[in-house]
Design a protein around this ligand. Structure first.
Ligand code: TRP
Length: 338
């Protein structure tokens, strides 16, 4: 049996979103929306697995609204594509429990992100952080989603979701009940690196705000951050081979190409042999031109939180229409009396 194509993805509402979230994820979601039905959630239940979101109710709610505003300002059409927060769709948690019983400890112990996030003091990490990948599997499988746009760092979690889906199907004698969700690697997704260190991913957890461009930054701070971005002393190369060992040059050229919707080779040709100062000017202009309308739209949306909450509620209703029959079937298969 083939499953109907359906895309699901989500971002955590922790801190503000940055250029890496836009070019690496959101921009591609917006494209996918024209190719297949999509669901985009704000994963507030994942956000409480660590101190970033745990015990901070106001901040969490505000961050959830900000991510929602970013989805919309970035181009997700809430009329076509449900946007909702995970905490408002109880089926995520319900399925996660069942899947916790499907997943094996041995599988979970292999999850590298848990090891990174829990650090030296694993015994102090929340149980939620440990079982985070199972909740992520539930996010996907509760809709029988077939396609999941994720970054490199989430591939292992998606593989776990596939293993869990398969084991459920086998153990309960329902071949093809859950699909095997596929990662979506869009050719245009850009891995945006830190402006201070071209070998590190641009990240919301980097202490230095100069390392990233936030989607809500105003024009002055965008220009300032690009002007101060780390570079090397050489002029820009005239071929992609010339980028070897020059991660900062590569990162800035990648950002330019992604924002301009151009091939990187074309951008390299355009700036070949030029000094960074001139290129940075052009990059700053382009970044401001692309991000400013988005930031403005985010501010407009955030000025009316009631409207954002209504969008989330309506998205959650549509999401539940898909999730409820799947969850009913799961309960029946497992043997829960309805
Ligand atoms: N774990 C993902 C991240 O940190 C977020 C996420 C949660 C997600 N549930 C998901 C992504 C389901 C895709 C599908 O990036």
């Amino acid at each position: 049996m083939t499953h109907k194509p359906l895309v699901l993805s989500g971002m955590q509402p922790t801190n503000t979103l940055h250029l890496g979230n836009y070019l690496g994820a959101l921009k591609n979601w917006v494209k996918l929306q024209n190719e297949m039905p999509c669901l985009f959630c704000v994963v507030d239940m994942h956000a409480i697995t660590t101190d970033a979101g745990y015990g901070k109710p106001e901040e969490l709610a505000q961050a959830t609204r900000e991510v929602t505003a970013a989805y919309i300002a970035g181009g997700v059409d809430a009329h076509r594509t449900p946007i909702f927060n995970q905490g408002q769709v109880p089926e995520h948690g319900e399925l996660a429990w069942v899947l916790n019983c499907v997943a094996r400890l041995g599988w979970m112990d292999r999850m590298t992100q848990f090891k990174e996030k829990s650090g030296k003091h694993k015994e102090r990490a929340s149980v939620g952080l440990y079982t985070y990948p199972v909740l992520m599997a539930a996010d996907i499988l509760v809709y029988k989603a077939t396609h999941v746009p994720v970054g490199e760092d989430q591939k292992q979690h998606l593989e776990l979701a596939r293993d869990i889906a398969q084991k459920f199907n086998n153990d309960f004698g329902v071949p093809d009940f859950f699909p095997q969700p596929e990662p979506v690697i869009t050719g245009t997704a850009t891995r945006v690196m830190s402006l201070r260190d071209g070998t590190k991913k641009m990240s919301k957890s980097d202490e230095s705000d100069l390392s990233r461009i936030n989607l809500t930054d105003d024009a002055d701070s965008i220009v300032g951050k690009i002007r101060r971005a780390k570079t090397d002393p050489n002029p820009l190369p005239d071929s992609k081979e010339g980028l070897a060992g020059r991660p900062e040059a590569e990162n800035l050229l990648n950002i330019y190409a992604a924002l301009a919707d151009q091939e990187r080779d074309a951008v390299i040709a355009q700036f070949a042999g030029q000094q960074f100062s001139g290129f940075k000017h052009a990059l700053a202009d382009l970044t401001v031109a692309k991000l400013e309308p988005m930031a403005k739209e985010m501010r407009r949306l955030l000025a009316d939180p009631g409207e954002i909450d209504r969008i989330l509620k309506s998205g959650a209703r549509k999401a539940r229409d898909i999730a409820t029959p799947v969850m009913d079937e799961v309960k029946k298969r497992v043997g829960f009396i309805a």
